[in-house]
Design a binder for this molecule. Structure first.
Ligand code: ADP
Ligand code: MG
Ligand code: MG
Length: 947
């Protein structure tokens, strides 16, 4: 059996591929940097010869802090090959080979060991290099750099120890910058740096090049388990058992004179995606000089003038790399005496805007296909494009101007600028009464704070994580939010906060970037993106639509929301919540009037209807009635009708409903107009009625105060209201009288709504709009509820159409949000023509959680402790809630093959939940208008990933 291979030369990528199976495997074994150095070598891009010690060796090393058997010998053998390839010799003063030692994990990972350059230099090889290059200054500058880097990175001596020596030396000699130092100065500093090592470690800087190499390699391996590397892996979800590779690369020097140089570049602009070479370079300099910013760099395109031949070659190479990797690359290069060497290539990090432009351009250039383009963009990147934002330069400038205030978790994307207030009431007041742009700042938020949060442009908290109340609510309502800015302290007495040595008082301006999780002092400029102006995004989303099977609809209560949804590409309205309209100021009095009289009036109305039913059918409880009984019933009916006509409650109830009808009709008309040609699902009244009345506690306090003060004016009305509220009080209203149950107990409300919908649709149809109303009945749990309600409502619809003399398609259906409904979906589909999953309630009832209580009291703990993988109100729980959905869809479609199935509610905008809806066979997902573009992309990705 041949020995395990721990080391691969850059020209052995085929062997690595054979061993690892595929390219991803090669990256696993050689690390990202090593794999790409080898791959570049294979495709003929000039890379300095070298080799990679595998991540597997790193893992093996961790057991007992020794190299695995055979590894070091393989490394030394590879060194021999590199010596042949370069014609130089490691440690030979006659013609010394110098190398760098570079770490490189599979995923790019800040927190890992830094690179050590110039390994192989010692007192003898340095002198040899001087003879060869006739450049003593360059040699001793390189040598002291080695001692400094080796000292700090490998031996763990603080970098300051070296910097101090250098500073003292410059001061003593009156030098301003490093360029003032001559050969003799660097030679002297080399000596002093060696003394630093000796003093710190008690031994000399190793003169043996092989020893240098060995120690550097071990240091890279050990850095895999350094605390900062482990911390980073935790945060970025990178497994601990990947390990890092070590790359040993022949040194090439950009500081050999004015025909040498070094630089970094992106193959496209990472800020906006434009197809231009983007980057910077320096002639006569080493790699680190570009990054360190010691000297002023030049834009990459000026290379064309300075070294035209190399520039052409560079352009060709970057084009080749982009084509080879099918993605925008981020490269490092060095020119040594007019010869170009590539030192690194990888996929370049980019903004959302650039990411989208780049994939669309690349698809148009034929480099990638549409599917690949769609897969390359993260749904959240689409989201970022639609929130107001600060551009990169703005944020960079703010940082440079010392305006960085605090950073935390990027909980809800988008940027906000506003004045700071420290409690919800003040925040709301300042926003509503003074019209201010407000940023609400709290240690953390609770459901009581929601009114302030909704009135704010942005939210900042010092505690909590990505599933904290603040984060959840902010995302739900699209408010930019940063949570857990833990360095920030809030003094609510003084009404000020301090962070980063700066204090912000109530009313001061700050700028919040929810996409990066940073708060800045003062007002930063905002740019508000307009979807229609974002050509590339529009193109990408149109490709997504071509690919996706799921349609994306939107939740919209008002025509202006529907308009936005349509602009954003929604193919229908999946949820219009009619009760929202009830809250409007002019309507609320009618709504309250309706509620106050509902019980008394509806009892009388229901009684009359019941008697009329007996007469009409000639039967009571299914048995034919005698003439005698009929007579009695007719008398009773007459009496009841009279009573009903006289009753004040009935009058008030009916007139309230009559007053509400036209306003509902006009709301719906607007929706049908905007959604011309597309389906509109309108949900009949859902919430418990008490939500439309003032709170019980508040009323009680008011009434008591009035009584004790002896105030009589308005007291009686308040008492009536309190009485009604008391009557409506339920111990668990979310599971009480609401939804279809209201439709059964107080049928006239839903009747009025259905009439309003059909009248509006008829009017719109007559005006030439194509209408597709779908009436949705909430909270069905038992088929009998639906049979009780739906046919009667449908009859009203038919009556209206014949009154108006028009006909159009319509559907009646129900929400599936009670587990029993899901389990008996077969029965329900016999009546309902469509299902819409209300996964918020379905999740509450499947888990037995009340959402508010759960999110306030234990859900964060559950997620933190890993008891639940995610907050199930954000990401659909596939196993439980999802199982109920599966049952509902399959049972429902057995009975009604063309059953239309959708989802409404927060999950409809969440990519993972969207994928599940695709798998389960939904026809559409419906989400808030702002999430529509995100959902369109996610729907396409679901299809590509699964079909
Ligand atoms: P990082 O992962 O931090 O980019 P690198 O290993 O890429 O670290 O190296 C840091 C710097 O040193 C870069 O500017 C790189 O180009 C330069 N460098 C690394 N190896 C060599 C080499 N063999 N010759 C010249 N420059 C090198
Ligand atoms: Mg690099
Ligand atoms: Mg619901």
């Amino acid at each position: 059996m041949s020995e395990k291979k721990w080391v691969y030369l850059f020209n052995e990528v085929e062997q690595a591929e054979k061993y690892a199976g595929n390219w991803d495997g090669v990256r696993t074994v050689l690390g990202g940097k090593g794999a790409n150095l080898a791959e570049m070598t294979r495709i003929g891009v000039p890379v300095p010869p070298g080799f990679t010690i595998t991540t597997e060796a790193c893992i093996a090393y961790q057991d007992d802090q020794t190299f695995p058997e055979g590894m070091w010998q393989q490394a030394l053998d590879s060194m021999k090959v590199v010596e042949e390839q370069t014609g130089k010799k490691f440690g030979d003063p006659g013609n010394p080979l110098l190398v760098s030692c570079r770490s490189g994990a599979k995923m790019s990972m800040p927190g890992m060991m830094d690179t050590v350059l110039n390994l192989g230099l010692n007192d003898e090889t340095a002198e040899g290099m001087v003879k060869l290059t006739e450049n003593e200054r360059f040699v001793y500058d390189s040598y002291r750099r080695l001692i400094q880097m080796f000292g700090s990175v490998v031996l763990g001596i603080s970098d300051e120890a070296f910097e101090e020596v250098l500073d003292d030396y410059k001061k003593e000699k009156g030098f301003e910058s490093d360029t003032d130092l001559e050969a003799a100065d660097w030679k002297e500093l080399t000596k002093q740096f060696k003394a630093v090592v000796k003093e710190a470690k008690g031994y000399d800087f190793p003169q043996d090049p092989v020893k240098q190499l060995e120690l550097a390699t071990k240091a890279v391996f050990e850095s895999w388990n350094a605390k900062r590397a482990i911390d980073y892996r935790r945060r970025a979800n990178i497994p601990d058992d990947l390990g890092t590779a070590v790359n040993i690369v022949t040194m090439v020097f950009g500081n050999m004179g004015w025909d040498s140089g070094t630089g970094v570049a992106f193959t496209r602009d990472p800020g906006n995606g434009e197809k231009i070479l983007y980057g910077e370079f320096l002639m006569n300099a080493q790699g680190e000089d570009v990054v360190a910013g010691i000297r002023n760099t030049k834009p990459i395109r000026e290379m064309k003038e300075e070294t035209p031949v190399v520039y052409d070659q560079f352009q060709e190479i970057t084009k080749k790399l982009e084509k080879h990797y099918n993605d925008m690359q981020d490269v490092e290069f060095t020119i040594e005496n007019g010869k170009l060497w590539m030192l690194q290539t990888r996929s370049g990090k980019r903004t959302a805007k650039a990411a989208i432009k780049i994939v669309v351009d690349m698809a148009n250039e034929g480099l990638i296909d549409k599917e690949t383009a769609v897969m390359r963009v993260e749904p959240e990147q689409v989201d970022q494009m639609l929130h107001p934002q600060f551009d990169l330069e703005t944020m960079q400038a703010a940082r440079e101007a010392g305006k960085l205030f605090a950073s935390g978790v990027n909980a809800s994307p988008g940027a906000a600028v506003g004045q700071v207030y420290f409690d919800a009431d003040t925040a709301e007041k300042m926003a509503q009464e003074k019209g201010q742009d407000v940023i609400m700042v709290r240690p953390f938020t609770k459901p009581d704070d929601v009114h302030g949060m909704l009135a704010s442009k942005g939210i900042l908290t010092s505690e909590g994580g990505a599933t904290s109340h603040a984060a959840v609510v902010a995302r739900q309502f699209g408010v930019p939010c940063v949570v857990g800015a833990s360095m920030m302290s809030i003094d609510s007495n003084k009404r000020e906060m301090t962070s980063n040595g700066k204090t912000v008082k109530e009313g001061d301006w700050i700028s919040l970037d929810g996409s990066t999780g940073v708060a800045y002092l003062g007002k930063l400029d905002l740019t508000t993106p307009d979807l229609e102006e974002q050509e590339e995004l529009m193109t990408l989303l149109s490709w997504a639509d071509e690919i996706a099977r799921l349609e994306v609809w939107a939740n919209a209560d008002y025509p202006k929301d529907a308009q936005r949804a349509r602009t954003f590409g929604a193919k229908g309205i999946g949820l219009c919540r009619t009760e929202h309209m009830f809250f409007e100021e002019e309507r609320l009095p009618y709504v309250q009037e309706m509620i106050l009289n509902a019980e008394e009036a509806q009892n009388m109305i229901n009684n009359v209807e019941r008697l009329e039913g007996f007469i009409e059918s000639g039967k009571i409880d299914g048995r034919a009635m005698t003439d005698e009984t009929r007579k009695n019933i007719e008398a009773e009916l007459m009496e009841s009708k009279k009573g009903m006509e006289k009753a004040a409650a009935v009058k008030a109830y009916k007139s309230a409903l009559e007053n509400l009808l036209p306003s509902q009709r006009s709301d719906f008309y607007g929706l049908f107009e905007v959604m011309d040609g597309l389906p509109v699902i309108i949900r009949l009244i859902d919430p418990p009625l008490h939500e439309f009345l003032p709170s019980q506690e508040e009323l009680l306090v008011e009434v008591t105060q009035m009584r004790t003060k002896g105030e009589t004016e308005g007291l009686e009305e308040k008492e009536i209201l309190l009485n009604a509220v008391n009557k409506l009080h339920e111990s668990n209203p979310m599971m009480g009288l609401r939804g279809i149950r209201l439709g059964i107990v107080y049928p006239d409300i839903m009747r009025m709504q259905v009439r309003a919908i059909f009248e509006a649709a008829s009017d719109a149809a007559k005006k030439g709009f194509e209408v597709h109303p779908e009436i949705m009945i909430p909270l069905t749990g038992h088929i009998n509820e639906l049979t009780h309600v739906q046919p009667e409502l449908e009859a009203i619809g038919k009556t209206v159409m014949s009154e108006k003399g028009v006909e159009f398609d319509y559907k009646f259906g129900t929400m599936i949000e009670i587990p029993r409904a899901a389990l008996t979906a077969g029965e329900i589909a016999g009546v309902a023509e469509f299902f819409s999953f209300g996964t918020n309630d379905l999740t509450q009832m499947a888990f037995g959680y009340s959402r508010d209580d759960a999110e306030r009291n234990f859900l964060i703990t559950y997620v933190d402790e890993g008891i639940l993988p995610e907050n199930p109100f954000q990401v659909l729980d596939r196993k439980g809630v999802g199982r109920l959905m599966e049952i509902a869809v399959s049972e429902g479609r057995k009975v009604r093959p063309d059953l239309e199935v959708g989802i409404c509610g927060e999950h409809g905008g969440d990519p993972s939940s969207i994928e599940f809806c695709h798998l389960v066979g939904n026809n559409y997902v419906s989400c808030s208008p702002f999430r529509v573009p995100v959902a369109r992309l996610a729907a396409a990705q679901a299809k590509i990933n699964n079909d």
